[in-house]
Design a binder for this molecule. Structure first.
Ligand code: KIV
Ligand code: ZN
Length: 519
């Protein structure tokens, strides 16, 4: 058996499915291109049947991909599979991924007997295989499926032509030894198992996703499904950076290779955090702000004598630059471009001009602009297709009320203005947004953080909104906390508008007949 482990990244599918992590079309294309560049073998680019937006994103990612295989997800019915194929077929190397929940709890949802489900797996994998010669089958909730029945579903999928068999731990229930044993058991028992690649897909509900994925590799899996920063439903998926670095740093006991260029990890991590609105926790393994920080005196002393005292990998291995170049108002466009590239932001000339103007404004207000300021600045980069944009905001606040906000906002290309009052300046500004763009979305979270130290620091504001079960997060940064708040609120609304266009198809399989074809 080869020691090469394929990396299957599902940031754009399982990750984006996470409530509030909605990405725009342009953001999805950008993340896909970074994944392709960093050496990801397979990119799961989306769930094409879910919406026009998902379909278009998968199609375009498929057209642009240079090295990676492009995969789309489809439930086990012909209509989903046809739609998936229509989207991925443009790729140099396309893959159809189809699945159904095989555990007793999941079988109960479409109310299928074991035999009925077996027939459906056969028909759907055969149908997919007639369209594409690279087909992945997933027995969803495999870790809670009866062993005998799991073997049966896998055997049927292999016989019908599946080339990759995924064994998902859908609810993050398994543990490392069990994860390894399950793959080993399938490889030993299922006829034809040696002709396919087994994949592991773990969720992190008990914090064991990385350990379970690595254990599955020891059991014989040769594809790990993961996401950048561990983004994903509930507690997330296996983090790409963790499994890749674990196999690199502990190659002595896990002698497996991947094609990932690990020096690209930090950049893509920052980009995914920015576009998904999910900040990385400070103490997150590999990509957290503190992952390479040594503040305690004992540690600093040891580090000065020999970095290996407290470091098992070098910051440069994951693309962290050791110097944190500080920029100021005299820094030019070339310096800004080079610093942003180092931070993972590759900008076209027009975009750079726009960012440069905002950088100069910031540098006028702040003596020194740190890396974190630039990252925050990039978070406030409006997308071209944003429905709502803040044009101007003036607030009056202080001990002598009333607090008022005067705002002009562009709504679908048209400028609208209003003056409102509120209980404090942020409330007044939010009321103005609501008056200019009436909506029923509920504010679930409002958080303010200082990006750096000092009273001239930028404030990063995060906002989470909920509307009929749809969740969207928004972020912005500014040295003016109220402006950052209004922009974050508007950013969340823009993402909610994108979310409204997506149909929540979910995993529920009550299709009239799974053989109904797509148009
Ligand atoms: O967690 C899961 O089981 C999934 C499947 C669709 C593969 O994401
Ligand atoms: Zn999943």
């Amino acid at each position: 058996m080869t020691n090469h482990v394929l990396i299957f990244d599902t940031t754009l599918r399982d990750g984006e499915q996470s409530p509030g992590a909605t990405m725009t079309h342009a953001e999805k294309l950008e993340i896909a291109s970074l994944l392709d560049e960093m050496g990801v073998d397979i990119i799961e680019a989306g769930f094409p049947i879910a919406s026009e937006g998902d379909f278009n994103a998968v199609s375009e990612i498929a057209k642009n991909a240079v090295n990676s295989t492009i995969c789309g997800l489809s439930r086990a019915n012909f209509k989903d599979i046809d739609r998936c194929w229509e989207a991925v077929k443009h790729a140099k190397s396309p893959r159809i991924h189809t699945f159904i929940g095989t555990s007793p709890l999941h079988r109960a949802i479409p109310n299928l007997t074991q035999d009925e489900m077996a027939e459906r797996i056969h028909d759907c994998v055969t149908h997919a295989r007639n369209l594409c010669d690279n087909v992945q089958w997933s027995s969803m909730d495999a870790t809670r499926t009866e062993e005998d029945y799991l073997c049966r579903t896998v055997e049927i999928a292999i016989k019908a032509g599946a080339t990759t068999i995924n064994i998902p731990d859908t609810v993050g229930y398994t543990a490392p030894r069990e994860s390894a044993d399950l793959i080993k058991m399938l490889i030993e028992r299922v006829p034809g198992a040696d002709e396919v690649i087994f994949a592991t897909h773990c969720h992190n509900d008990l914090g064991m996703a990385t350990a379970n994925s690595l254990a599955a590799v020891e059991g014989g899996a040769r594809q790990i499904e993961c996401t950048i920063n561990g983004l994903g439903e509930r507690a997330g998926n296996t983090a790409l950076e963790e499994v890749v670095m674990a196999m690199k740093v502990r190659h002595d006991i896990m002698p497996y290779q991947t094609k990932i260029d690990t020096t690209k990890i930090m950049n893509i991590s920052r980009r995914v955090a920015t576009v998904s609105g999910f900040n990385v926790q400070f103490n997150k393994a590999i990509v957290g702000k503190n992952a390479f920080a040594h503040e305690s005196g004992i540690h600093q002393d040891g580090m000065l004598k020999n970095a290996e005292t407290f470091e098992i990998m070098r910051p440069a291995d994951v693309g962290l630059s050791e110097t944190s170049l500080v920029m100021g108002k005299h820094s030019g466009r070339a310096a800004l471009r080079s610093k942003l590239e180092e931070l993972g932001f590759t900008l076209g000339d027009n975009e750079l001009m726009d960012v440069f103007v905002r950088f100069k404004e910031l540098a006028d207000r702040k003596k020194e602009v740190f890396e974190d300021d630039l990252i925050a600045l990039m978070r406030t980069n409006d997308a071209e297709d944003d429905h709502l944009r803040l044009k101007s905001l003036t607030v009056v606040c202080g001990t002598e009320g009333p607090q008022t906000a005067e705002m002009t906002m562009t709504v679908g290309g048209e400028d609208k203005s209003i003056k409102t009052t509120g209980d404090g300046p942020v409330d007044a500004a939010f009321s103005a947004v609501k008056a200019l763009f009436p909506h029923a979305a509920r504010l679930q979270l409002y958080q303010v953080h200082a990006v750096t130290e000092g009273t001239d620091a930028q404030a990063t504001v995060s906002v989470r909104m909920e509307e009929e079960g749809r969740i969207a997060t928004g972020q912005s940064a500014d040295t003016d906390t109220v402006v950052a708040s209004a922009k974050a609120y508007i950013n969340a609304l823009n993402r909610l508008i994108v979310r409204r266009a997506q149909t929540d198809v979910g995993y529920d399989e009550k299709a009239v007949s799974y053989k109904d074809a797509g148009e």
